[in-house]
Design a protein around this ligand. Structure first.
Ligand code: GDP
Length: 478
């Protein structure tokens, strides 16, 4: 079974439905954490080398008369300054079979991988190219053993992952998330960490923190909550900077987690073997279509059957754009190309097709004219009625897509949509292009909506389920 990106579980792991809780004995940034990171790195490196070798075998084909290269010879255990070495290569990949007419298991696996890769990376038609199509779909590759790797490894270790559970995908994503929050961090944390210095926290530092939080668009409510908690703590005892930072992170996580805890599930994942309908709503330009394309890709990679309903029939290019995203992940798209087709009719057809094929996830792109237009909300309500009538058994989610760079304006949109569209969650996009990543906290505290996914880039893999621990660590990374 494929790695389930929605539940963040690999084959054999239980679908706990919740991000792993930070381990009580999480290694702090010391030798233990570094050693853990080294082991994880060595293991990933050995895996990558084994895979590259398998691909070479397939490319070159079995050499007649020459003996096959034994895998063990080619995969060198990775040694590093601490002396950590990769697990034996035999544990990572089966030994190659002697050259024969029938392809070996390795060759078959590599061929299947290449086929899958090709299917996932099928390039879109030339007229609607999402950015970076050539490079952004390539499988992640292991970079250097640098600070971003060790930071990512620490974040995974602190959540209770073992070194042998770390995947390249997870490391790759954490690096992207950290990079994506760079702008917010520059304006926010760098100042804050400078102010914290080496001395115990003072009321003046807290005043500065207040300004910093408001500037990062954290919003008045969440800022007040964090500051009240910190001031109370300061009244009781002397708080040194590292404890101040730890306590601040805890407060920020609590704000983000509150609506998640109040919702039915910690992670939003489609229910397997059931119809799930996810409506994506939001004003034009926030990244709704891109998010839908990325979600379709996550679904395919996680082994769910998926279908897209192109129900934004008001914008001429929207249907084509959705079709291009569908092609990239080999996901069928139900559309009506005629101008001003009825969105509810498209949804009607899509639900019918999904029911006939036993599809698990239907992603619905909806129109996104400004929320002040009364008929947009009417339209959304009509689409919702069709779903409820046709598929009362379906698990329906209404996800608001919000552009982080719009800051407080995005928050106002969330409030307006929340009233009219029965929202169940939020996807925050464009965290990479904005210094206003703090708006995630404002949405959680003021709109009371759980953040379900975050987007930090235009690439197909730049979207992941939201995890407050990782978000706060990336926001406050040193
Ligand atoms: P829609 O009108 O809401 O459907 O928005 P689109 O999906 O067409 O996206 C509008 C623009 O935002 C496009 O240029 C996307 O490539 C870009 N975009 C979407 N998500 C992200 C993101 O997470 N980061 C960045 N930098 N750009 C994004």
């Amino acid at each position: 079974m494929a790695y389930d990106w929605f539940n963040r579980t690999g084959p054999g792991e239980s679908e706990a439905g919740a991000p792993p809780a930070p381990a009580a004995d999480a290694p702090d940034p010391n030798a233990e954490a570094l050693e853990w990171a080294r082991q994880a790195y060595a293991r990933l490196k050995a895996q990558q080398e084994a895979q590259q070798l398998a691909e070479q075998v397939v490319e070159q084909g079995p050499q007649m008369g020459s003996p096959p290269t034994p895998l063990q010879d080619s995969v060198q255990p990775v040694h590093n300054s601490a002396g950590a070495s990769a697990p034996s290569s035999a544990a990572l990949a089966p030994a190659p079979e002697p050259a024969a007419a029938a392809p070996s298991l390795l060759e078959q696996a590599a061929a299947q991988r290449a086929e899958r890769q090709q299917a996932i990376t099928a390039s879109p038609p030339a007229d609607t190219p999402p950015a970076d199509t050539e490079t952004d779909t390539a499988e992640p590759s292991l970079g250097d053993f640098d600070t971003v790797f060790t930071w990512s490894a620490e974040v995974l270790a602190a959540q209770g992952k073992r070194a042998d559970q770390v995947s390249l995908e997870e490391i790759d994503w954490l690096g992207r998330l950290r990079g994506g929050l760079e702008k917010t961090r520059q304006g926010f944390v760098t100042q804050l960490l400078d102010k914290l210095g080496d001395d115990p926290l003072t009321p003046e530092v807290l005043d500065d923190l207040e300004t910093t939080l408001l500037r990062a668009d954290v919003g008045v409510k969440a800022t007040d909550q964090v500051l009240d908690a910190l001031r109370q703590r300061l009244n009781l005892e002397v708080v040194d900077p590292s404890e101040g930072l730890r306590f601040l992170k805890e407060q920020l996580r609590a704000i983000l987690d509150k609506p998640i805890k109040a919702s039915p599930a910690a992670l939003l994942a489609p229910q397997r073997q059931q119809l799930n309908v996810w409506l994506l709503v939001g004003v034009n330009g926030v990244g709704k279509t891109t998010t839908l394309g990325k979600l379709a890709n996550l679904a395919v990679r996680s082994g769910y059957s998926c279908l897209i309903a192109a129900a934004d029939t008001f914008r001429a290019a929207a249907v084509q754009q959705v079709q291009a995203w569908g092609e990239r992940s080999n996901v069928p798209v139900v559309a009506n190309p005629s101008a001003n087709a009825d969105p509810a009719a498209v949804v009607y057809d899509a639900i019918g097709a999904a029911q006939a094929k036993g599809t698990e996830l239907v992603l619905v792109d909806t129109a996104g004219r400004l929320q002040t237009k009364h008929n947009l909300m009417e339209e959304l309500a009509k689409v919702r009625r069709i779903i409820d009538k046709l598929a009362p058994e379906a698990v329906v989610e209404s996800l608001l897509v919000l552009d982080a760079s719009q800051g407080q304006n995005g928050l106002r949109q969330a409030m307006a949509f929340a009233k009219a569209a029965g929202l169940t969650g939020v996807v925050v996009t464009k965290l990479d292009g904005s210094g206003r990543g703090g708006v995630a906290l404002a949405v959680a505290s003021e709109a009371g909506l759980p953040i379900r996914f975050i987007g930090a880039g235009e690439g197909i893999r730049d979207l992941r389920p939201f995890n407050s621990f990782e978000f706060v660590e990336a926001l406050l990374a040193r």
